[in-house]
Design a protein around this ligand. Structure first.
Ligand SMILES: [Zn+2]
Length: 134
């Protein structure tokens, strides 16, 4: 994972993560792309998420009967998503590489909070692939 000169990230920036792509006993190189967030951006993202759900929870007070469910649910969801966003150091976007079986280049979408290893399939030949961080 690339990092700034002093090891402290000031703004969000695109970063790459080298990957190993495995199929049977063949291994090739690949790359995962992500956006690394600075600490103040993580706090802002968490606050936006928490405030959005809290406002929705407050607005749900006017809905008769359902407010007994919606208000606590939205407050809890806002807090949980806020903590998740606060902890999210990087957001993965996609991975690219060459399939070890069919030798064709491919690009795969990744979950924002992707954890490796990831098992997936080649979009061309449907070979099972295992993506591991280098
Ligand atoms: Zn393939």
């Amino acid at each position: 994972m690339s990092s700034s000169k002093h090891g402290v990230c000031k703004v969000s920036r695109p970063v790459t993560q080298p990957l190993a792509i495995l199929h049977d006993s063949t291994t090739v190189e690949g790359v995962a792309y992500a956006i690394a967030f600075a600490q103040h951006e993580r706090i802002l993202r968490a606050l936006k998420s928490w405030l959005g759900f809290t406002c929705a929870g407050v607005a749900a007070i006017i809905i008769p009967i359902l407010h007994f469910i919606f208000v606590p649910l939205l407050l809890i969801v806002g807090a949980v998503l806020g903590v998740k966003r606060l902890r999210m150091v990087r957001m993965y976007t996609h991975a690219s590489g060459i399939c070890p079986r069919c030798q064709q280049a491919f690009e795969l979408g990744l979950d924002a909070a992707q954890h490796f290893p990831k098992w997936t399939y080649c979009p061309h030949c449907r070979a099972s692939l295992k993506l591991i961080q280098r």
